[in-house]
Every structure is written in structure tokens, then in C-alpha cells.
Design a protein around this ligand. Sequence first.
Ligand code: HEC
Ligand code: HEC
Length: 293
Amino acid sequence: MAVTERDPHTGYLTTGHEWNGIKELNTPVPRAVYFFLIATALFSLVYWVLMPAWPLGVSYTKGLLGIDQRTTVDKALKRAALDRESWTKRIEAESYQAIQADPALMPIVRQTGRSLFGDNCAACHGLSAKGGKGFPNLTTASWLWGGDPETIAETIRVGINSSHPDTRVAQMLAFGCDQILPRADVENVVSYVQSLSDAAAAKQIPATKLEAGQKLFAANCASCHGDDGKGKAELGAPDLTDHNWIYGGDPQSIFTTVWRGRQGHMPTWENRLGSLERKILALYLVDLRSRNP
Ligand code: HEC
Ligand code: HEC
């Protein structure tokens, strides 16, 4: 039994134990691992003394530092509320114009407005507020009811054709279905409406048709859409001379609109969003519009 025997293959010393001719190599656990074990054991001892650690039935060892996650969270929440209050108070109190001119508040409006819009409005108006068939694009210069922030906030508050007692009411009459105009007249006025925004199409339409359409428009439509067809914000009647169509500007869509009528529904948000949120949304939409040439 030679304790100092060295294994020729691995270069390790042997322990001197030998079973059936197989010798055991002396390969101790590396020092680094011992050191690590001792260090972590010491760390846990120190941690038990300083921090909350051991359960004691209904209580626990509180630790010398007195750290408690519950108070930490409480403090963080209070701090967040204070931070929030500093700007919510200002947005509540200041005028739309003052907020719009404030470079510190507008980034908050954009950020908060974007998430409010995504949560509440995007389902109908789209995430980018560009609308879709039946839902108006809110990023253009043409507004049904007016595009200043006060008016937009009011639209959001009461809705359009909604259940709110002060709701805005918009109704495009069903000239065909309700037999206000015969089919030939509807076709003529549709051609005229198409010519208002589509110069190329206007050239293809016979002059007699346009003339007849113009007369019909003056008699039946101008009261709401204006003599020039540019719409009336106090009635929510859209501008028919631009390219912003809610229901489509091709002859078939215009025909359907005039024949069957239209009545879009925009919900009231008075009970679903606070006045602060509605104010932020109105500012958000005006800002979106100004950055959407
Ligand atoms: C259920 C679908 C729906 C939802 C949700 C909705 N809207 Fe609307 N919104 C409409 C429709 C439809 C109209 C157009 C009504 C019309 O054609 O007369 C409209 C019109 C508007 C208008 C008037 C635009 C103008 O030109 O005057 C504003 C402003 C508006 N929405 C903002 C919002 C905001 C902000 C939200 C979220 C808080 C929202 N909408 C959520 C359907 C919706
Ligand atoms: C009582 C008022 C009123 C009268 C009269 C009226 N309209 Fe309208 N019209 C509206 C309103 C309000 C809307 C928007 C409806 C909505 O979106 O809910 C509208 C929408 C339209 C649209 C859809 C525009 C789009 O963006 O898709 C067309 C087209 C239109 N009207 C054409 C006519 C024509 C043509 C006549 C006459 C034959 C006429 N309107 C008469 C109030 C009126």
C-alpha cells in the first residue's frame, strides 16, 4: 500500500484504497467550491439577522433593518399618485389652449391619450384613428361636428345618436326608401354629389344630369349640407366636396346612402370615462390631427 503512488494516466495521487485491482484516485472537491459554500452559508446567516426571514407561527423574524415589502409598495404607490397628481391637477384646471402650448404636458397627453384611445375607441375608429367604412377618420381636417377641443370633448361626452339625453343627433334621410324622391331624381343628385369631389368623373356625366342634380341638391340637400355642399357642423352633416367619405364616395355607395339614409352611432362616454380622460382624448385627437398633414 503505497500512499504516495501516482496514477500514470491522470497524474493524480491515489488514496491508497484498492478494490479488485482498481485504485481510487485522490480528487478532492475544488477549493473554489468550498469557498463558495462557506460564503453562501455566511451570507444566509447575515441575511437572517438583517432581513425578515423565519416564520414564527402567526408572525416572523422581522430582521434588524426593518424592511417590509408591504410598506415599500405603499410608498411607491403614494409616490406614483403624487407624480400623477402633479399633472392631472394641471390638465383638469388649465384651459385647452394653455395645455396645447405647454411642452411639458403635451407628451403626457400624447402618451395617456394613445392608451385611452386604444382601450376605448380603437375598436371602431382604428388604432391610428383613421376610421373605416361607417366610422369617420378622426385625423382629417373635415369634422362632422367641429374640430376644436371643446367641441370634440362635447361629442365624446354626449355621443352621436346615443342614449344620452343631450346626444348629438345626425340623420341622413332615406330619400328613396321613404319615397321623398323618385329613383331618377336620386340618380341625378347622386351624380351631382359625385361631381363635387371627383372632377374626372364629372366630365363623364351629361350636363343635363348634373344640372338636374344641382337643382335637386339645392331643394333637398342644401338645408343640411350647405349650398356649396361643404356640410354644416351644427347638424353633423358632412362635407361632400372633400375626399373624406364615411360610407364611400363611389356612385354605388353614394346611391345607397341617399336611397336608404344613414345614421351612425357614437356611444356616450359620460359615464364610462371621467372628465379628465375625455379632456385628454380631445386634446389627443387635436394633436393627432395637427401632426397628420
Ligand atoms: C361603437 C363604435 C364607436 C366607438 C367605440 C367610438 N366611436 Fe367615435 N364615432 C363612431 C361613429 C359611428 C361616429 C360617426 C357618427 C356619425 O356618422 O354621425 C363617431 C364619431 C366620432 C367623433 C365625431 C367626429 C367628427 O367629425 O365630428 C369623435 C370626435 C369621436 N367619434 C371620438 C371618439 C372617441 C374619442 C372614442 C373613444 C372614447 C370613440 N369615438 C369611440 C363610433 C364609435
Ligand atoms: C336632415 C339633414 C340632411 C339632409 C336633408 C340631407 N342630408 Fe345627407 N347627411 C346628413 C347627415 C347628418 C349625414 C351623416 C350621417 C351619419 O354619418 O350618421 C349625411 C350624410 C350624407 C352622405 C354620406 C357622406 C359620407 O361621408 O359618406 C351623403 C353622400 C349625403 N349625406 C348626401 C345627401 C344628399 C344627396 C342629400 C339630398 C338628396 C342629403 N344628403 C340630404 C344630413 C342630411
